[in-house]
Ligand binder design. Structure first.
Ligand code: PLP
Length: 414
């Protein structure tokens, strides 16, 4: 059986539309903006059957690798796989009730992916492309999960990787990066400071810079969330998608996927409201959205327990804001206290442990129901972007002395 071919044609500057050649190593466009990958959708429409692609279950094409025609990787031997899967959509009936939603409330459980977060999608794709280009050294700034995915997929592809993270990055992340063969540094600054370090060192060190949106293929990996979601919902998108937004790769990628799928005739014109969720302690996109601006200013003194969305400055800010506005969605910020309450709600009532960023989307949905921006009968998808197990959890256990007389009443009421 011949392997699926990609319909990639070229790349395009997301700001100026200037063309760039496919099958070349790229970072930003000559004008300094993210590049987007383009496909010959017209031809693909005539040649590729949606349901045949969706039905693909070959061992070499699990999870997001199934959508090869809409991905930039040409050769089978460049595919790097660690056992990807379609991440389940899990209903949150009790949480829905508690926040006043009638319609189905679904969590897309991205923590089930290799390395425990949706960063596997983007970095899997970036590493596969880099492998095809013969790149052997990659570096990036990371809040943890991206570095973990880079180190794992990089190790798998025989590459050397360097991750630079803020010094207060969750300990598990930092150790995980090293355990999968990556070099890892804790830096006394935030993620954009780490990005600056990579920028200063990369030329001398011979690193390929795989920073969010400074490399065009992570978006292509992340867009598979949108394709997979459509497929799982029988090709009808939900009413609203709540996405925890840092650099915004996933939100931009899904928006791109919806457009591509409509051109292919895979879905209709209906779009979900795209909701960019940020933490109140680091909400540059929300601020720009509310001010009606095209770009966001750097957020000073960023702080939140949701490390994955602590991104003070996103190079793709205009693409995030554009998707949010075009979709009729909005950008919304939630307090850390609300994030913790939402995590407790989903965990204790629905048995689903959310990561703080995933919990932020539940908190945001609650807020949006309360202020009327989300209809009570909306069909809503939250992105629980990583496994809740990577984050410090409060210790709510009690001590029991097995030598002391047992007091059953106090155990049962504890
Ligand atoms: C990276 C990350 C995010 C933000 O994703 P973007 O697509 O870059 O905005 C949110 N949550 C977690 C857990 C992450 O690792």
């Amino acid at each position: 059986m011949s392997s699926p071919k990609t319909y990639v044609t070229h790349l395009e500057c997301s700001m100026t539309g200037e063309r760039a050649e496919a099958d070349r190593v790229h970072n930003l466009s000559p004008a300094g903006w993210p590049l987007l990958v383009r496909y010959d959708l017209e031809r693909m429409k005539g040649e590729v059957d949606r349901d045949a692609v969706a039905a693909r279950r070959a061992i070499t094409q699990p999870g997001f690798w199934r959508w090869r025609e809409l991905l930039p990787v040409r050769r089978d031997e460049d595919v790097v796989s660690l056992g990807e899967m379609d991440t389940p959509l899990v209903l949150l009936p009790e949480s829905a009730k508690a926040i006043g939603l009638k319609g189905p409330l679904l969590s897309k459980e991205e923590g089930r992916l290799p390395t425990g977060s949706f960063k596997a999608r983007g970095l899997g794709m970036a590493v596969a492309m880099a492998k095809g280009f013969g790149i052997t050294k990659m570096a990036m700034p990371t809040n943890g999960n991206a570095g973990a995915a880079l180190s794992a997929y990089g190790a798998r592809a025989g590459m050397e990787t360097w991750s630079f993270c803020p010094e207060d990055t969750p300990d598990v992340n930092v150790r995980e990066i090293a355990a999968q063969g990556g070099h890892v540094f804790r830096v006394n600054g935030l993620i954009h400071h780490c990005g600056k370090l990579v920028g200063e060192l990369k030329e001398k060190a011979g690193w390929f810079d795989v920073s969010t949106l400074k490399e065009p293929y992570r978006i292509e990996g992340k867009k598979t969330m949108g394709i997979e979601l459509a497929y799982q919902l029988d090709w009808e998108l939900p009413d609203a998608i709540f996405y925890p937004t840092g650099g915004g790769t996933g939100l931009i990628g899904m928006w791109k996927a919806f457009d591509e799928m409509e051109k292919l005739g895979w879905i209709g014109a209906k779009r979900p409201k795209m909701v960019a969720v940020q933490a109140a302690g680091c909400a540059p996109i929300v601020k720009a959205y509310e001010a009606g601006n095209t770009h966001a200013e750097e957020w000073m003194d960023a702080r939140t327990l949701a490390a994955g969305i602590r991104v003070p400055k996103a190079i793709g800010d205009f693409l995030i804001l554009n998707a949010v506005r075009e979709s009729g969605g909005f950008a919304i910020a939630v307090e850390d206290g609300d994030i913790e309450r939402a995590r407790t709600l989903a965990g204790t009532k629905d048995g689903l442990l959310l990561c703080p960023e995933g919990a932020a989307t539940l908190a945001a949905a609650e807020k949006a129901v309360a202020d009327g921006r989300l209809e009570r009968d909306a069909r809503v998808v939250l992105f629980n972007c990583g496994t809740g197990l990577k984050y410090p959890l409060p210790d709510r256990s009690k001590r029991l002395d097995r030598h002391a007389p047992l007091d059953l009443a106090s155990i049962l009421t504890s």
